[in-house]
Design a protein around this ligand. Structure first.
Ligand code: ATP
Ligand code: MG
Length: 259
């Protein structure tokens, strides 16, 4: 479980995060959604320790990340896997070398053990034949898979994915979402996904935090979103008239069923 307590963050005289509190549920897919510039990435960076908030606290399993000694914080960081926006693979390294990189840095395993682990995670993301390929030789969806494999190779307890679907077609996006969801459940990881993607919200959003202009505007589950009366959330999620109509229809149908 990750608790965000009254986080505030400004850059110069510009406030980016106003008093955000939220709880990311253990072993679940937690989504941070909101318009461009609403503060999602800044909040995520505060959560992984890349930014220090001006006030407030971040607790991992009840332990304050901001208060803990540097050595403990280092250990915590190693329990955090990250899938960066655009995958951020090393272009000059093969798929295998990319995935092995965190093991080279942090594991102390023998080459044989590392190779075994790399094959295991590549297999898990359905990417067996791509070991010797370079990032430039594989598709966007495959790159995301490599990014996911690299993020989980050290058996993290927490997985952060920033816009895992950016630049992918709807079907590939869905496959990536499902993979993230499966991995979350299988490995009992607490996952945080930053996304704009409406399909992701409905498909994998166990818990959703909706940010609006630096404030926490709404929180709830994908099931609750359909019935939410929050105007700003509805404007964001059901942006098109078509979706607004679909939501109205769904609510009407449900109220008919209840009669
Ligand atoms: N290092 C920084 N220094 C100054 N301002 C920053 C910095 N990082 C982000 N900001 C500002 O913080 C605000 C929120 O940015 P953030 O990147 O969190 O938005 P976002 O919700 O992730 O948007 P997007 O969906 O476009 O990625 C923006 O106005 C941005 O300019
Ligand atoms: Mg962002």
């Amino acid at each position: 479980m990750i608790e965000i307590r009254n986080i505030k963050k400004s850059f110069g005289d510009k406030t980016i995060l106003y008093d955000i509190s939220a709880t990311m549920q253990a072993g679940k897919c937690n989504l941070i959604i909101g318009a461009s510039g609403s503060g999602k990435t800044v909040l995520t960076k505060c959560m992984v320790g890349l930014f220090t908030p001006d006030s407030g606290d971040i607790l991992y399993n009840g332990e304050s990340m901001l208060q803990m000694p540097e050595e403990e914080r280092k250990q915590l960081r190693q329990k955090i896997g990250m899938l960066f926006q655009g995958s951020a693979l090393f272009d000059s390294m093969t798929v295998e070398q990319n995935v092995m990189f965190p093991l080279d840095m942090f594991s102390g395993l023998s080459y044989r053990e590392k190779k075994k682990k790399v094959n295991e995670v590549l297999d898990r993301v359905n990417l067996k034949e791509a070991n010797k390929k370079y990032p430039a030789e594989i598709s966007g969806g495959m790159k995301k898979r490599v990014g996911i494999a690299r993020a989980i190779v050290l058996n993290p307890k927490y997985l952060f994915c920033d816009e895992p679907n950016s630049g992918l077609d709807p079907q590939t996006s869905l496959l990536i979402d499902k993979l993230i969801k499966e991995i979350t459940t299988e490995y009992k990881i607490t996952t945080i996904v930053v996304t704009h993607d409406m399909n992701s919200v409905m498909e994998i959003g166990d818990y959703i935090l909706f940010m609006h202009k630096g404030y926490k505007q709404w929180e709830g589950s994908n099931k609750e979103i359909i019935y939410s009366k929050d105007e700003k959330l509805n404007e964001f999620i059901f942006a098109s008239e078509f979706l607004q109509d679909a939501k109205q229809m769904r609510m009407l149908e449900d109220s008919e069923k209840k009669k």
